[in-house]
Write a protein that binds this ligand. Sequence first.
Ligand SMILES: [Zn+2]
Length: 394
Amino acid sequence: MIKFIFILISIFTVGFFIVKDTWMVTLQGFGYELKASVLILIVGAFLLFYLIHLLKKPFGWWGRCQNWFAKRKQDQKEAFLLLALKTVLDKNSESVKQLLKQKNKFFDRKSDENYILEALFNPTPHTFEQLIHRENTELAGIKGLLDYAQEDGNWTEAGRLLQKAAEKYEKEPWVWDSLWTVQILQNDWYEALNTLERLKAQGQVDKAEYAKRKSLLLLKLGRVAEAYKLNPDNQAIILAYARSEPQKADKLIRHLWSKEPCMDAFNIYWQTIATEKPSKQTKAIDKLVRENPKHRLSLWVLIETAIKQESWGPAKGYLSDYLAMYPLTTQIAHLMAEVERQGWHHLEEAQKWELKALEAPSEKGWICSSCGHRTDTWEIVCPACNAFGEVIGK
Ligand SMILES: [Zn+2]
């Protein structure tokens, strides 16, 4: 459009200039005189305007020049970034030092890129702290500092950083996941419950995982009945529920025994029959063992019951059966010593078994299914690998 107007005005001007010279004006100044057509002056002004217009636009020869320079600079920046990444991956500290010096040629000292490169080349709490104070790099800064806090086991600081991230970047999935982990490690059960709801709302935990986590948190908060209602098949929950409801304990423990027997379960079961006559006890124990007759602990239950009832003959028989199938442990050696001493007054034999008890491996009742770490009591979080809800009674 602009071009069209220019062409039109130019044609008219030239025409008038040729046909008449009544449109001439005289310009005076600096001792010179210049005669010119008014229209030529107008066209001149327009031409000047057009030239400025051309220079501003990124096309035409000047625009191309500008583009070329910009692209060259961009290429240089990209080449530098590529080199930077490669150097960091190579862990070549000498080259890193050199690049740190060069980066100011390509990036403004106050630019996001500069601070990111600082953190990349020289990852320290300080350089990540710098990232935190900038809008575009805040999250990267939080992530970096979070790594340091977790490495140091500083869960308070990790929790603080994650709360900050959760407020501003609530759509980032890793924030809630990490917050959950930190809260669990800090024994923040109430807060963890809230975080769990978030994880569920964002679809990060499925129904089964949600029920498992929530029920174990409720257990930790002492809300045993609620926990049981939500997750009636969990071993730790059944044990706690059986303790809190002695009338239901025998049924609960038998159900547990069919799935995942453990020594704690037997102890609770025994409480329900401890004051009964031996014949009734034997009947109840038989009922329990029938739930899972091939299980190692069913044999152990028979040993323990025989010893409690001072039936030394069967006790020794069961112990021999046990040792024929399973390796000796401190606990079994102690039982053997007890039977020899109390049942048969074989003090020398008993002493031999006590010595063996010292050398045999001790069998702790709880094992983490993730890493195999053994503990004496149930733990919601494995002390060795921090796995949640993986410690199972054996
Ligand atoms: Zn573990």
